[in-house]
Design a protein. Sequence first.
Length: 213
Amino acid sequence: MSTQPDTSNTTIETATIQIRTLNVGAKQMSLSIFRQLLEAPAVDAAGRVQGKPWGTVNYHPDRCDDAKQHLHVVWQLDEQLRRGFVLAPEYARLRHALVAEYVTARIHEGSRRDTPRAEHGDLKVHRGVTTREIGATVYVRGVQFAGTVSPLALAVFDRTAYGDQAERLPADFEDAYQRPLRPAAEVAELLPVEAYKAAWRQLSALPQLFIGR
């Protein structure tokens, strides 16, 4: 018995590939126009996509092609176009009002490092070289957040403050923010982890836009 396929009804189909372009007025957007778009976050502090996203552009105008995984999103704010630089969740450094409380609570509950140069798990606290601002970055269920904390929080984290100074952290936080310091686990549930992940998925699924020279 022959095992050869029946070729009597064989046909060849040519697939049509759709190339999406972005037009401004009657003209296709050029690299020059794209570079002139105002830079604005396509994802807000609550982890939500802002405005109307049109697509992504595989062009790196700010020499960021060697940066961590990210997207360049063209999006619409009212009647104006913007371009947004969006980092993947694990590199997001999303600034949120509750980061200070979460990090302070983590430090109060025992997240410390032995020396100023050592890292402690997923939490980093350091004083900026130029701004002298005390910054913190922390991962919560796969999303990186960023914020600022008090000098006392840094001192306790670095173990340059001991005993009763560490116990002063709740009062230090309450003086600054006019509310009691809550447990870290409680604050973590209020951070927009899933919202940012959903925004990243939505933006990653956008069509790639081709822009002319």
